[in-house]
Write a protein that binds this ligand. Structure first.
Ligand code: MN
Ligand code: MN
Length: 374
């Protein structure tokens, strides 16, 4: 009997030891979690110290990005103004011009209206995001009260005599810094701001290209896509990109002048408009429209020759349609690219993509310089 009862007793003792160990472990874990929470709270309080300065400000605070707004400028303005409102300040996002089709797509996905247009910043409380150059900023900025600059570019010409929050970091987008500031202040972005920041980061980093993004950008995209309810990030980016390349609502002439450059080659004045398309069908359509429009632009621009380049470049597709304005340009293209490109009656189709600066201009220069001078 005695021998038999010893085994269960040892088991009981063993169980007690294990239970005590496990209990102690969890107690320790709890303490650790408590300490971590305390640390986090202190960090938030430390970061919120710079809000004291904002308490002195009277009137509305306007948050603006740069002229020719892109998705980072629009998204960062909206999200930063929302952060300040969540902290109890009167902050409003503004834009300095029409938003592009990509930003319009992201705004629509977030269910937001385009921010108000700001005409003049003189006398207003201003926060600058995604830029710090007067040349890129609103009229009257030199007479504004600049409170903060949040940016991921080099420091520009904008100066402020006020004590200001100047947060510049070399990350993929300004929206990533805005997201970090949400974290630092212990505020969770709302769904709409999350989508705006997500669109901004994807736009500036071209869907998190390794050479254009950091750990912070990738982490922000992970968290913000969840908060924004965007489950398929790649599909969202593809739609943004398609929207960016849509020239819907623009006249043919506006499209030609969107990314337009003039050159002097020999004694001739030459212009080249560069246009991007998503697929072959759109590219062919744009090529045909440019062929019709370009001759009409020559009298006002004083060009001897005009060309358009319609390029498709994403994923595995890399094509350029080289569009001549008239027969003389058609001859130049034939001489310069006839061996590699195929003429379809409107334009010369060449694979892979041709760059205006690196390939197109040198090639037509060779041809034009061999032509007899008039
Ligand atoms: Mn920008
Ligand atoms: Mn940017």
């Amino acid at each position: 009997m005695k021998q038999k009862s010893r085994v269960p007793a040892i088991i009981c003792i063993l169980i007690l030891i294990v239970a005590a160990g496990v209990g102690g472990f969890f107690l320790g874990k709890n303490k650790e979690a408590e300490r971590f929470q305390e640390e986090t709270n202190i960090n938030i309080q430390l970061n919120r110290s710079d809000l004291k300065e904002l308490e002195e400000i009277e009137g509305t605070i306007y948050v603006t990005g740069h002229k020719s707004p892109d998705s980072d400028t629009v998204g960062s303005s909206i999200a930063y103004a929302a952060l300040l409102r969540a902290l109890g300040y009167d902050a409003v996002p503004v834009v300095l011009g029409n938003v592009n089709h990509e930003s319009a797509y992201v705004l629509d996905a977030a269910g937001l209206e385009t921010p108000e247009l700001l005409e003049d910043a003189a006398g207003l409380n201003m926060i600058l995001v995604d830029h710090s150059e007067y040349a890129q900023s609103a009229e009257g900025m030199k007479d504004a009260k600049i409170i903060s600059i949040i940016d991921h570019h080099g420091d520009g010409t904008v100066m402020s005599a006020n004590p200001l929050i100047y947060d510049a970091r070399p990350v993929g987008s300004t929206a990533t810094i805005v997201w970090l500031r949400y974290r630092n202040y212990g505020i969770q972005p709302d769904r709409q701001s999350a989508i705006m920041m997500l669109g901004a980061i994807l736009s500036d980093t071209k869907n998190l290209q390794p050479n254009a993004s950091t750990f912070a950008d990738r982490e922000a995209v992970k968290v913000l896509s969840e908060l924004g309810g965007i489950t398929d990030i790649d599909a969202f980016y593809q739609e943004m990109y398609k929207a960016l390349l849509s020239y819907e609502g623009m006249t043919d002439e506006e499209i030609f002048f969107t990314d337009y450059k003039e050159y002097e080659i020999g004694s001739r004045k030459v212009s080249v408009g560069s246009i991007n398309a998503y697929d072959e069908e759109t590219a062919k359509d744009l090529a045909a429209r440019m062929r019709k429009t370009m001759p009409l632009t020559k009298p006002s621009t004083g060009m001897d020759m005009s060309f358009a380049m319609v390029s498709i470049q994403h994923d595995d597709i890399s094509v350029t349609y080289l569009v001549p304005s008239d027969e003389a340009e058609e001859e130049v293209l034939k001489a310069a690219f006839g061996n590699e490109a195929v003429y379809d009656g409107t334009s010369w189709r060449i694979e892979p993509c041709v760059s205006r600066k690196a390939a197109f201009i040198p090639a037509i220069t060779d041809v034009l310089e061999s032509y007899p001078k008039e």
